[in-house]
Ligand binder design. Structure first.
Ligand code: FE2
Length: 324
């Protein structure tokens, strides 16, 4: 019995895999093959020839060899190869890439719907009890340990988005934003390091101040990363990628004195501020006003404010007795 949502019972005792759902990717388990009842007066070969003729007329291609032998593939949907099974005795689906290696035939124009997808020819019963074959425990079982290939390369931007911005513009802006993002993530972590490792007479106030600035940097990281995704790009995310990308000098693992901690933070701020000003100007030139607004209104202003709060701590001011 099939053990996922993508199968329903079709005619002649066969299992039909319903079209792949992009919102809920999953890997169905292999349904066991069930012997198909023969049509009266026909032998097995005649039944299969008839099935092949129906599928071929609609542009469906049966996979002849390999792991997916017997499955029928409809490969085209709006330019993206999205394999589907149709009326075949569906076999295990372990990797879309493997599927795409199989022979394919694109549906004829008359067999596509308005979106370019193949018109499904699935036969279903009106009173279909589509999922009645699964027990409750099978239904609740998460489909674990799934692996797949990337769906978008890091350096790539989605080619067509209804934003009124050409892909080339978005690509350039995303590149600049990713640099600012990597540096902002580094500064964010530098604040946490300082928050933990600060010591001395000003411990308490700096401990709190560093954490407050850390929180503000967390918000900036999220805003920048989401702007990148919104523009169709991919945000740098993981620590090792950030470490390779950032231009901020790596601090030692050990503890440093307060003035050194603050100087380090100020230098990181300055690096980011220079990048932000340049990127904001470029975004304005490219008419990407949203990015320009984000960079100026949020990132630049927040960094400038934090620079003020930090730098005042480096003024050599007497604590108790005024200088005469
Ligand atoms: Fe803390």
């Amino acid at each position: 019995m099939p053990q996922c949502d993508c199968f329903r019972e079709g005619s002649e005792g066969r299992w039909i895999q319903i079209p792949f759902c992009m919102d809920r990717p999953h890997r169905p388990r292999s349904p066991p093959r069930r012997p198909r009842p023969r049509k009266p007066g026909k032998n097995r070969d005649e039944n299969e020839e008839e099935d092949d003729a129906v599928g071929a007329a609609a542009g469906f291609q049966e996979i002849k060899t390999g792991e997916f032998e017997g499955a029928v593939l409809t490969p085209l949907c709006r330019g993206n190869p999205r394999p589907r099974f149709f009326e075949g005795e569906a076999t295990a689906l372990s990797n879309w890439g493997d599927l795409l290696k199989g022979p394919m035939r694109f549906p004829k124009p008359e067999n596509r719907n308005m979106t370019g997808c193949p018109i499904p020819l699935m036969k279903t019963r009106k009173d279909s009890r589509s999922h009645s074959f699964r027990s409750n425990s099978e239904r609740a079982q998460p489909l674990l340990r799934q692996h797949g290939r990337e769906t978008q390369d890091f350096d790539d931007v989605i080619s067509d988005l209804p934003l009124g911005l050409p892909a080339e513009t978005r690509r350039e802006v995303v590149q600049k934003l990713n640099q600012i993002l990597a540096d902002t993530m580094t500064l964010r972590d530098l604040y946490k390091k300082s928050h933990w490792q600060v010591s001395g007479p000003t411990f308490y106030q700096l401990h709190l101040l560093f954490d407050k600035h850390y929180e503000a940097q967390v918000d900036l990281v999220d805003a920048i990363a989401e702007r990148i995704q919104l523009l169709g790009g991919i945000s740098v995310a993981m620590a090792h990628d950030v470490a390779e990308t950032t231009r901020i000098e790596r601090p030692p693992r050990g503890r440093e004195e307060v003035p050194v901690q603050i100087s380090r933070l100020l230098e990181a701020h300055e690096q980011i501020i220079m990048e932000v000003r340049s990127a904001a100007q470029r975004a304005a030139d490219l008419e990407d006003d949203g990015t320009n607004d984000l960079l100026v209104s949020q990132v630049l202003r927040a960094n400038e404010m934090q620079v003020w709060f930090l730098s005042e701590h480096l003024v050599p001011m007497r604590l108790v007795v005024a200088e005469e």
